[in-house]
Structure formats: C-alpha cells, structure tokens
Ligand binder design. Structure first.
Ligand code: PRP
Length: 221
C-alpha cells in the first residue's frame, strides 16, 4: 500500500516577509489563494493538492514552532534566528528583507565606544548585543532591553548607544543618529526542523532547490 503523504507545514512571519514569501512560492508553482484574502480571520491555510499547510505567526514565534516540529519549515529574519537561538537548521537565504544590525548613536558616542567607561546599550536584541560586545569586541557593557522605538533611548538619555536594525537609515537620520559599527547583515531565511529534514528530506530538498533556482535566476537578471 502506498504511504499516505503527510502535510508539510510552513510557519511564515506575519507582514511584509509573508507577502514576499507567498510571491516567491507562487513562482515555484505553490499557491494558497485563501491566504490572500485580507478579511479572513482564519489562522491556517491548506493547499490540498500539494499537501501543504501554512500559518502566520509573529517573527520571534516562528523559530519556536519550527524547533518543536509544529511547523516543518519557517521563513523568518536572520535577526530573529540569532536572537531566539533555537535548535533549527538555517538552510536558505531568500535574499529579500535585506537590512543590517548595527550599533548606532549620536556621532560623539563613537569615542565612548572605544573608551574605558561602562556604556549602556539599549536594544530589542539583547542576545545579539551581548554576543557582539562580549565575544567580538571583548567589552563589558550594560544592556537594556526595550521593545520598540529603540532610537529614542540615546535621545532621552537612557543609553549611550543602541543595537538595532537599519534598513534605509531614515529613522536614524531623522533623529540625528548615525551608524557607528555594523554587527551583521540580515535578510529573510528558510529554517527547517531537524527531524523533518531527515524524514521528509526528498520533498524539502526539492522545494529548496526550486526556491534556490528562482532566487539565483533573479539575482542574475
Ligand atoms: C525598525 C528598526 C528601526 C527602523 C529602521 O523598526 O527598529 O527603528 O525599522 O528602518 P529604516 O532604517 O528604514 O528607518 P520598526 O519599524 O520595525 O519598529 P520598532 O521601532 O517598533 O522596532
């Protein structure tokens, strides 16, 4: 008797990354019409023909769903992968959602960065900031966790610098801040549950190969 194909489940990051991911999936022939309806309150969407399921989650929850195997595959920003530190495989760089993780602040804070004083670093990414300052720069700093509008911190005197995402740089410019150092480049990545990678290797590899050739084709254009 033929083995029944089980559903492969995708966890996508809500918002811009999900829209871009759906466009890319369409280019490899995977569509999910119900997901495009903005009025829908449904949480899970199915492509019966290909035996695929999709759901949307908040970025930091995507690696969690994938580590526990509640989703086989996830699409999430590299920043979130680094910050969450989950046991998942990062298998493909999708090449969109490109931005940089940077140390930023007022221009004068550049001196403090290289000085002896203990500086305060505000960030939504304490793990990334800690790794950067402690392991790469060998500098002890005080890390202050915030949940958004990080650029405010040096302006109101909560911290000397911030570690945050810079995309166009306009938030920094409008607030009189500059990039002081680059921590790492970021973009959307595909992550896979390690057990799924073994059990569903053929289907997952085929899909990754198809995505990869679309991406490589686009980059050559
Ligand atoms: C992100 C990031 C910066 C901004 C960078 O914030 O934290 O504030 O975008 O983009 P830019 O370089 O193009 O100006 P987001 O809008 O996601 O909201 P948040 O402040 O609540 O984190």
């Amino acid at each position: 008797m033929e083995k029944e194909t089980r559903y492969l489940t995708f966890a996508l990051t809500k918002g811009r990354l999900a829209n871009k991911t759906l466009q890319l999936l369409e280019q490899v022939g995977i569509t999910c019409e119900e997901m495009k309806d903005p009025a829908s309150r449904k949480l899970i969407f199915v492509n019966e023909e290909r035996k695929l399921r999709f759901f949307l989650a908040k970025g930091p929850d995507v690696p969690t769903y994938v580590e526990y195997g509640a989703a086989d595959i996830g699409v999430v920003g590299k920043d979130t992968i680094l910050e969450e530190g989950r046991k998942i495989y990062e298998v493909l760089d999708l090449g969109f959602g490109k931005c940089r993780m940077c140390v930023c602040g007022p221009k004068e804070a550049g001196n403090l960065l290289n000085g002896q004083e203990l500086i305060r670093v505000a960030t939504k990414y304490p793990r990334i900031a800690k790794d950067y300052f402690y392991n790469q720069r060998n500098q002890t700093v005080e890390i202050i966790k915030l949940n958004g509008s990080i650029e405010l911190a040096p302006i109101v005197g909560l911290s000397e610098v911030i570690v945050d995402i810079v995309e166009t740089g306009s938030t920094l410019r409008e607030n009189g801040l500059v990039v002081l150092e680059e921590v790492c480049p970021l973009s959307a990545r595909v992550v896979v549950n390690p057990v799924s990678m073994r059990m569903e290797n053929e289907r997952i590899t085929q899909l990754l190969d198809a995505l990869n050739s679309v991406i490589t084709g686009q980059q050559q254009k």
